[in-house]
Structures are given as C-alpha cells and as structure tokens.
Design a protein around this ligand. Structure first.
Ligand code: AMP
Length: 217
C-alpha cells in the first residue's frame, strides 16, 4: 500500500478542481494550495504581488513561472510536515520540473496526480455560470450571491468570459497537457473522465475509488 502525502490536482479551467480540492483535502487530511485562489486573494488585498499578477490574469495569461514557483516553494517549505494538495500548479512542464527538484531537495516527491478529464462542452457550459469567492477561494456553479463557506459576496471572475476562456483553453492544451504527460511517464497519474454533467459527489466517489486502486497497486 503506497503512502500518499503529496497530491497534485490537474484539469482544464472550470473542470471542477475547486470542488474536488475540498473533497480531497477533507478526505485525505491534506492542506490545499490553489495558486489561482491565492493570487485572487492577493489581488483583493491590493498587494504588490496581486497587482503584478493582475496584469497577467486580466489578460487571461499565465503568471510567469518564476513568480508562481517562488510562491509554491515558500509554501512547501512552510508545510513540510503536512500532507498537501496542489491545485492549479504545476501548469507548465518547467513548473513541474521545478516542483520535482524542490521536493527532491526536501527528500520528497509528488506521490499522485489526480487528472480531471472533463469534456469541453461541459466546461464551456459551467464557465458561464461559475462564481468565485475572493476571500476563501470557494467556487460555485449556480450563480450563488454569497459564499456558502464564509459568507463573502461572490464575484464573477474577470477571466470567465468566452474570449478569455478560449485563450485559457488553448494554454491548457499546449502548456498543461504536457504536465500530465510528464507525470504519466512517472506512472503517477489517475485519470477521471467526466463526459456527462452530474453531481460533484459522484465524481468525488470515482476519484476515491481510483485513488484506492492506485494506492494498492
Ligand atoms: P485558476 O483559479 O487555477 O483557474 O487560476 C486563475 C489564473 O491564475 C490563471 O488563469 C493564471 O493567470 C493564474 N495562475 C494560477 N495558477 C497558475 C500557475 N500555476 N502558473 C501560472 N499562472 C497561474
């Protein structure tokens, strides 16, 4: 039975990473880091990092690798002893190589990559109804006005519009799909295919079954 402590969650924009990140962190006692949510919180706080990141995020571009790598390396150093879940990182092969090297220096490695492979039609429909909490990072699918977790007023993300989405999808395919291949070559990927819209809890149950099978392999 494998011991799983370092999880990566990967999937296209609006593939349900936020929802499944909450499930994974609760179920496997993991501390989550969503780089997107952290950057949105920095923007909301008006910090220097937030202002820098905003330029890229408003243009639906990836924030430069050095900036994101720095944030994650610091966070990993502060959370060496916990099980952890990276959501939305690594997003480029260069980020994956940096992550592997940083973990290796600490005597660790990525233990498992959970890949949410959601059909493009579902993603497009979800993105139009999606809202995000600028404070805690919670995302919802049904246009909720306030955050179900912390009560903050929800926002429509500036990058959730058809033009920005098309750009983000293209970047996902050209830059992030190779990250999945990078970890497939290491035998670390469990893939969950979602082809029909359904309950997030059903996807969670499939993830849990796939993780169990992977751990027992
Ligand atoms: P997300 O909430 O994961 O969809 O991320 C929202 C936005 O934050 C992305 O479109 C990027 O602009 C930025 N971002 C989040 N994570 C990363 C990352 N690992 N590398 C580069 N940019 C990122």
């Amino acid at each position: 039975m494998k011991t799983l402590k370092r999880f990566v969650l990967v999937g296209a924009p609006a593939s349900g990473k936020g929802t499944q990140s909450s499930f994974l962190s609760d179920t496997y006692d993991l501390k989550p880091l969503s780089t997107g949510a952290l950057l949105r919180a920095e923007i909301a706080a008006g910090s220097e990092l937030g202002m820098e990141a905003k330029k890229y995020m408003d243009a639906a571009m990836f924030v430069p690798d050095e900036v994101v790598n720095g944030i994650v390396a610091k966070w990993l150093g502060e959370n060496k002893d916990c099980g952890c879940l990276l959501d939305g990182y690594p997003r480029t092969v260069s980020q994956a190589e940096t992550l592997d090297a940083n973990l290796s220096q600490m005597g660790m490695e990525v233990d498992i990559v959970v890949y949410l492979n959601v059909a493009l039609e579902l993603i497009q429909a979800r993105m139009l109804k999606r809202k995000a909490c600028p404070k805690c990072g919670e995302t919802t699918r049904n246009g909720e006005e306030t955050c179900p977790k912390c009560g903050t007023e929800m926002i429509v993300r500036s990058d959730d519009n058809p033009e920005a989405f098309a750009k983000r999808w293209k970047d996902y395919e050209s830059l992030t799909v190779p990250v999945i291949e990078h970890y497939q070559a290491q035998g670390k990927v469990v893939e969950i295919k979602v082809t029909e819209e359904g309950e997030p809890a059903d996807v969670s149950a499939r993830i849990a079954a796939a993780i169990r099978a992977y751990a027992e392999k």
